[in-house]
Every structure is written in C-alpha cells, then in structure tokens.
Write a protein that binds this ligand. Structure first.
Ligand SMILES: *[C@@H]1O[C@H](CO)[C@@H](O)[C@H](O)[C@H]1NC(C)=O
Ligand SMILES: *[C@@H]1O[C@H](CO)[C@@H](O)[C@H](O)[C@H]1NC(C)=O
Ligand SMILES: *[C@@H]1O[C@H](CO)[C@@H](O)[C@H](O)[C@H]1NC(C)=O
Ligand SMILES: *[C@@H]1O[C@H](CO)[C@@H](O)[C@H](O)[C@H]1NC(C)=O
Ligand SMILES: *[C@@H]1O[C@H](CO)[C@@H](O)[C@H](O)[C@H]1NC(C)=O
Ligand SMILES: *[C@@H]1O[C@H](CO)[C@@H](O)[C@H](O)[C@H]1NC(C)=O
Ligand SMILES: *[C@@H]1O[C@H](CO)[C@@H](O)[C@H](O)[C@H]1NC(C)=O
Ligand SMILES: *[C@@H]1O[C@H](CO)[C@@H](O)[C@H](O)[C@H]1NC(C)=O
Ligand SMILES: *[C@@H]1O[C@H](CO)[C@@H](O)[C@H](O)[C@H]1NC(C)=O
Ligand SMILES: *[C@@H]1O[C@H](CO)[C@@H](O)[C@H](O)[C@H]1NC(C)=O
Length: 409
C-alpha cells in the first residue's frame, strides 16, 4: 500500500530530479523548416574537381529549394561564385568553413521533451577523429544554433550527424566503429553512450551495428549502412563483392537488422538497395560512393542520386516510391561529390519545423519531377566508397575500394 501510493509521486518527481531534462530528435521525414548546406569546397581538399563539386552542391541546393527553403553557408571569398552558381532560390549565409559536409558539422536539431524549447546539439565535431583540419568547421554547429534555435545543447560526446539514424519514435541505429572509437570518445562504453544519447535524442532503444573503423575517414557512418524510411522500415546497404572489406560487415549488419526489434517492439522490415553495376566512366575513382542509400528526405520529396545505370537507377527509384508513398522521387547527378566518397545526405542537415507549419519550397513544376532521364550508361567498374577527403595531401587517408550499395557520411 505504501509502495503503491509513493510510486506515482516518485515517477512524477523524476523529471525534476534529473540533472538535465530530455531532448528529442524528429525523424528526417517529419516536416522541415529548412535545410542547411555549406558551399565550402576548397581547392586544398578537392583539387581539380573543385568546380564540378561546386556545381553538384548548387544542383543539390536548387533541387531542395523547390521543396523547402535552403540556407547555405559560404566563405566571404566564395560569395560571388556561390551567388553565380547557386542563384537566388537559396539563402547564402557568410561564415568561416573548412569543408562542405554539413551533415557532420551542423547541429542536430532537437526539442525539449518537458518544456518544448528548441535546441541544437553541438556534438563537438573533431574532423572525424582528427583526420582533417576542422578549426572552422568545429564552430559551425554552435554558430547555426545561436542564430536559429533557442539554445545550444551541450554534451561531451564527440560524433557527427552522419553517425546517427533515428526513427523519431525512440529508436536509433548507430555504428560502434565510429561512436565508440578512441579517436572520438575514449573511455566511453556502450552504456555511457546509450545513456547520453537517450537524453539528447529521446531514445529508448539503440540498435548497434559493428561498422568498420579505419577504412574511410568517417570510420563507418551509419548513413552509409542503414536508413529509416519510416518507423519499422529500414533501407540497408549491402556489399556483394566478396573481396571488399565491407562484404562481411554488411552481411553481419543485415543479419542484425533483420533480427532486431525497434523501440515499439516491431520487427524491422529490411529493404536492401542494390548498387549500380556501372557508373559514368569519367567518375571512376577508387573512392567513388556509388550507392543510393545516402538519399535525403525533404518536404514532399526524396532527393537521391542517379549514377547512369538505368537498371539500378530505376530499381532504386521504384523501391523509394514504394517506401515513400505520395512523395516525389527526384534523382540527380552528383558524380563529383560521390567521387569524393560522399552523397546528398552528407551535404545537408535538416532543421525540423517542430510542429509549426512546414515551409514550402520554390516549386517550379518543370524541374520538380526530373528523374534518371539523363543517365548515360558507364562501362567502368562499380567501385564505391565511404567518404574520402579527396586529394588532401596533408591527411591523404587511404580509402579502400568498397562497393556499391551505398555511400557514407
Ligand atoms: C527547457 O529545459 C532546458 C533543459 O533543462 C532548459 O535549459 C531551458 O532553459 C528550458 N526552457 C524554458 C523556456 O524553460
Ligand atoms: C519522445 O519520445 C516519446 C516516445 O517515443 C514520444 O511520444 C515523444 O513525442 C517524444 N518527444 C520528443 C520531443 O521527441
Ligand atoms: C525557419 O527558416 C527561416 C528561413 O527560411 C528562418 O527565417 C526562420 O527563423 C526559421 N524558423 C524558425 C522557427 O527557426
Ligand atoms: C524561385 O527561384 C527563382 C530562381 O531560381 C527566383 O527567381 C524566384 O524569385 C524564386 N521564387 C520564390 C518564391 O522564392
Ligand atoms: C578558417 O579557415 C581559414 C581559411 O578559410 C583559415 O585561414 C583559418 O585559419 C581557419 N580558422 C581556423 C580557426 O582554423
Ligand atoms: C548569424 O547571424 C549573424 C548576424 O546576423 C550573421 O552575421 C551570421 O552570418 C549568421 N550565421 C549563421 C550561421 O546563420
Ligand atoms: C560510464 O559509466 C560508468 C558506470 O556507470 C561511470 O562510472 C562512468 O563515469 C561513465 N563514463 C562516462 C564518460 O560517462
Ligand atoms: C537473433 O535474436 C535472438 C533472440 O534475441 C538471439 O537468440 C539470436 O542469437 C539472434 N541471432 C543473430 C544472428 O543475431
Ligand atoms: C538532360 O540533358 C539535356 C542536355 O544536356 C538537358 O537539356 C535536359 O534538361 C536534361 N534533362 C534532365 C531531366 O535533366
Ligand atoms: C538508358 O535510358 C536512356 C533514356 O531512356 C536511353 O537513351 C539509354 O539508351 C539507356 N541506356 C542503356 C544502357 O540502356
């Protein structure tokens, strides 16, 4: 009897006793207020692909802008180039930057579970475990937070947005190879990370994938391996090439995902996205990230890549049409960014609408449903990769050729 009467008041008191209250990260498919990007390729990192990479960034930004507003960070010295290449449909914001991967440098937008305050988590970007210079990029998350949220949400955890995949209903998928890596969080156990991410992202269940460390700059980000289409439905990357280091690990991932239940107790429906068999010959670099899994969800649409292999381009489109009923599937050529080992998801960070009216884009009917019409079939090998730092002499990080069904970061 005593216990019975005490329990309810104890439970009620818990949120107040907690040192810090909980925050929640919505699923990417929830309505956005806008997308953040960075027009920040540098010759230092991107070498002679600089122009092509900028063109791809402009294509991604203009495509997203048809569906929701885009705010794009740009260095002062690149401002006129950006204005010329990106055009007026995107809001350019001057800032100090090192590189273009906004998924990893930007904040993770969250809402306080108890009082509704909007925050942005600053996950202390450290250049993917100090593999790349990040003096400017490490300040991006807090800077964006100060201008677009109520407060910076602090943590001592070090990770990147590409390492986190959530369903918005309490489940996350996270790779151990990245988040439990000594180069980011020495001394942290799985339990420590689970406790802290539960507080920051409103999680009740983390599905841990092993991932693989030391093969690419991200140490195996989740957004290369597994993406929620909706709660209970997960796209999964699989490496069919048995000679690739990623074959065993992705085989294991599929097994784990198929054997997992989510926070609500559902068995996951795992959809494998096959990689292109061919890519366009001009882009056949060893780091090429030839996969469809690094797509990005915007208001009313899914923006994904096309690689010029008609069969797999249309198969990916069909799989997405099935997984995202009612949404427009837009496929664009991002070969130059893929050649650097990343994809569309890696270049973006969503700012959720958090219950407010979702923002509308700069819709122009003529472009909003383009697809793989311009795929010119390639004949080269289908190497693919995790995100690499293209021709960065200082940090020239060996990226082993992986393959195909995904990309990373
Ligand atoms: C909401 O909660 C957070 C975390 O405890 C706190 O920092 C913030 O000041 C609160 N906001 C309001 C408006 O009370
Ligand atoms: C937190 O998670 C619970 C249970 O999954 C959900 O009902 C609630 O809406 C979430 N709140 C936020 C702010 O994410
Ligand atoms: C939503 O985005 C617009 C820019 O498109 C910005 O001006 C506004 O402050 C944002 N709203 C919120 C609530 O952050
Ligand atoms: C949409 O973008 C075009 C340029 O791409 C611009 O001229 C036009 O003003 C924009 N419209 C709106 C409503 O933002
Ligand atoms: C920021 O980038 C500029 C180059 O654009 C560089 O000169 C500066 O040293 C960087 N700042 C930090 C803190 O790394
Ligand atoms: C933040 O706002 C300041 C002042 O308006 C502006 O100079 C800066 O570019 C903004 N930065 C971001 C990331 O929005
Ligand atoms: C990890 O958890 C253990 C056991 O609860 C605790 O002693 C330790 O301080 C935690 N470490 C971190 C970094 O939170
Ligand atoms: C699948 O889950 C069951 C029950 O938790 C467990 O006994 C089994 O070992 C798992 N199999 C694999 C391949 O993970
Ligand atoms: C395909 O390429 C042609 C010629 O480069 C261009 O005119 C057309 O707009 C493109 N179509 C799509 C859907 O991108
Ligand atoms: C791919 O599709 C385009 C447009 O439908 C067509 O012109 C081209 O011949 C196709 N290529 C292959 C290799 O089937």
């Amino acid at each position: 009897m005593l216990v019975k009467t005490l329990l309810p008041s104890l439970l009620l008191a818990l949120p107040c006793l907690a040192q810090d209250s909980r925050w929640g990260m919505p699923d990417e498919g929830q309505p956005h207020n806008r997308t953040w990007m960075a027009f920040a390729a540098s010759a230092n990192i991107w070498g002679d692909t600089l122009d092509a990479v900028r063109k791809d960034l402009a294509t991604i930004a203009q495509t997203i802008a048809q569906f929701e507003p885009v705010s794009m960070l740009v260095r002062q010295e690149d401002l006129s180039t950006a204005q010329e290449m990106v055009g007026s449909s995107v809001n350019l914001v001057v800032g100090e930057l090192d590189d273009l991967w906004m998924r990893d440098t930007g904040p993770v937008f969250v809402k306080n579970v108890d009082n509704g305050t909007i925050g942005g988590v600053n996950f202390n970007f450290n250049g993917w475990g100090n593999k790349q210079e990040h003096g400017n990029d490490s300040k991006v998350a807090a800077e964006v937070d100060r201008n677009s949220t109520d407060m910076v949400v602090s943590t001592t955890l070090v990770l990147e947005g590409g390492a986190l995949e959530v369903d918005g209903e309490g489940t996350a998928i996270i790779t151990e190879s990245c988040v439990l890596n000594e180069n980011r969080n020495p001394g942290w156990t799985k339990e420590n990370v689970t406790e802290e991410l539960s507080r920051l992202l409103n999680l009740t269940k983390i599905i841990w994938l092993p991932g693989i460390a030391g093969k690419d700059i991200t140490d195996g980000h989740t957004d290369f391996y597994a993406r929620f289409a909706s709660p209970g439905v997960v796209f999964a990357g699989f490496e069919p090439d048995t000679s690739s280091f990623d074959h065993d690990v992705t085989t294991q991932h599929l097994e784990i995902l198929r054997n997992s239940t989510d926070a609500a107790g559902r068995t996951l429906d795992v959809v494998v996205l096959n990689a292109p068999g061919t890519i366009r010959p001009t882009t056949n670099t060893k780091d090429f990230a030839a996969g469809y899994i690094n797509f990005y969800q915007v208001n009313g649409a899914i923006i994904g890549p096309e690689f010029g292999d008609n069969d797999t381009d249309s198969a990916a489109k069909a799989a997405m049409e099935k997984a995202f009923p009612g949404k427009t599937i837009v496929q664009i050529n991002i070969d130059a960014i893929a050649a650097g080992g990343g994809g569309i998801h890696c270049t973006t960070q969503q700012e959720p609408a958090f219950g407010a009216t979702p923002a509308a884009g700069n819709a122009s009917a003529t472009v909003s449903s383009q697809s793989s019409a311009n795929t010119s079939a390639g004949t080269s090998t289908s190497g693919s990769g995790h995100h690499a730092v293209a021709s960065n002499a200082l940090f020239g990080f060996a990226v082993v050729t992986l393959v195909a069904s995904f990309m990373l970061l």
